[in-house]
Ligand binder design. Structure first.
Ligand code: ADP
Ligand code: MN
Ligand code: MN
Ligand code: MN
Ligand code: MN
Length: 388
């Protein structure tokens, strides 16, 4: 059975009703769309798409026209606001949520050829009094990162995702109402029309992320048919969260274009022998990357083990369906680590062990986990002064 996406949970009926309208979009003659897309932009202004994270962890956005000179840095961009009562992020009688620009990317969906860039702006969210609102997990994460620049912490985030037809029931490549005739095995890193479903989406995402200025380091087909992965990183500190969140926005926009439904649910198919979806989080500090760094990695793993439950609590909704101890996961209530062990909570790579320095992989976060919470929590835990 299909476990509805955490994001679509409340709106499944509505979405199902909308599908009929949406399929109409793809039948538009591309020449008609091109007529408008090819119009030149006025040189003195740009379009800025302000993106933020909503109450359930999805991205939302709206656009404004700005004087081109305003787009030089996040500090020169104006703050903006939105109606928080429409997103469950503010009460109706005091509905304004303030958007504060944090990070600028190039907009891959509105390219222009005059040497000026339209932009995507990753924002976080505040009350008019200047307090972060409860869903502003970026502000929480900043508490762990601030003052720790000298650690030069890097994160590499592996984002797995699952593609469905617009019915939200049938993964790409699956027969309607049934299961693939062949079990898992041929689909991971696959080629061929019988094995790889959705490659054009992953490839388009890759190109769009590169254009935007996201440090996307690779992609691959995943173990379950219809599942894919891309990796963002290594990114330094809070930038990992900003980049991953913007990459998720781009993923949803690409899927909008392809008219394919994408879910970040950690166990989109619960019946049968199918892998779930994670957001493996690779971590290193400057010391871990230097001679003898393996000792620092082991200390960090010790500290992470002592706080296993606290980490699991913020590693994603529905993760208990995925972390069963099977399908390349460790059980949710056990902490263990190992070299090259994909059934462990934390994996140390062979290269890292052989060289005595490098990084470790926290395999526990689920695909829908909040990257700000995950990176901030790891940073907080490994920076603690604990006798080990
Ligand atoms: P896996 O073998 O688990 O599938 P991937 O190749 O999918 O690993 O992802 C590894 C991620 O780790 C990449 O995003 C990569 O950029 C990142 N990474 C590489 N070196 C480091 C490092 N020293 N610290 C943190 N992340 C790193
Ligand atoms: Mn309005
Ligand atoms: Mn990977
Ligand atoms: Mn993977
Ligand atoms: Mn991995």
């Amino acid at each position: 059975a299909f476990a509805p996406s955490f994001s679509a949970k409340k709106h499944t009926a509505l979405n199902a009703a909308l599908m009929q309208d949406q399929t109409g979009q793809s039948s538009l003659d591309p020449a008609v769309i091109a007529k408008y897309a090819d119009l030149p932009f006025p040189k003195d202004c740009i379009l800025a798409e302000y993106v933020w994270v909503d109450a359930v962890g999805n991205t939302r956005s709206k656009t404004r026209t700005l004087d081109a000179s305003k787009a030089k840095s996040v500090d020169s961009l104006p703050k903006w606001n939105f109606d928080g009562s429409s997103t469950d992020q503010a009460p109706g009688d005091d509905s304004e949520v303030i958007l504060r620009p944090c990070r600028i990317f190039k907009d891959p969906f509105r390219p222009r050829s005059d040497g000026v860039d339209n932009i995507l702006v990753m924002c976080d969210t505040y009350t008019p009094q200047g307090e972060p609102i409860p869903s502003n997990t970026r502000a929480k994460a900043m508490e762990s990162f601030e003052g720790n620049d000298d650690q030069e912490v890097w994160f590499g985030l592996e984002q797995e995702f699952t593609l469905f037809n617009l019915d939200q029931k049938t993964p790409l490549g699956w027969p309607e109402g049934g299961m693939p005739s062949r079990p898992q095995g041929p689909y991971y890193c696959s080629v061929g029309p019988e094995n790889n479903f959705g490659r054009m989406i992953t490839d388009s995402l890759y190109k769009a992320c590169l254009y935007a200025g996201i440090t996307i380091s690779g992609t691959n087909g995943e173990v379950m048919p219809g599942q894919q992965e891309y990796q963002v990183g290594p990114c330094v500190g809070i930038d990992a969260g900003d980049q991953l969140m913007m990459s998720r926005y781009i993923l949803q926009r690409v899927c909008e274009d392809f008219q394919v439904y994408c879910t970040l649910h950690p166990k989109p198919i619960v019946e049968g022998e199918w892998n779930g979806a994670g957001m493996h989080t690779n971590v290193s500090t400057k010391k871990m990357r230097e001679e003898g760094g393996l000792e620092d990695i082991k200390q960090a793993i010790y500290k992470l083990g002592a706080k296993h439950a606290e980490h699991i609590a913020i590693y994603g909704e529905g993760n208990e369906l995925r972390l069963t101890g099977a399908y390349e996961t460790a059980s949710i209530d056990q902490f263990c680590y190992g070299v090259a062990n994909r059934g462990a909570s934390i994996r140390i790579g062979r290269d890292t062990e052989a060289e005595g320095k490098g990084y470790f992989e926290d395999r526990r976060p689920s695909s829908n986990a909040d990257p700000y919470l995950v990176t901030g929590k790891i940073m907080g835990t490994i920076m603690e002064d604990v006798d080990v």
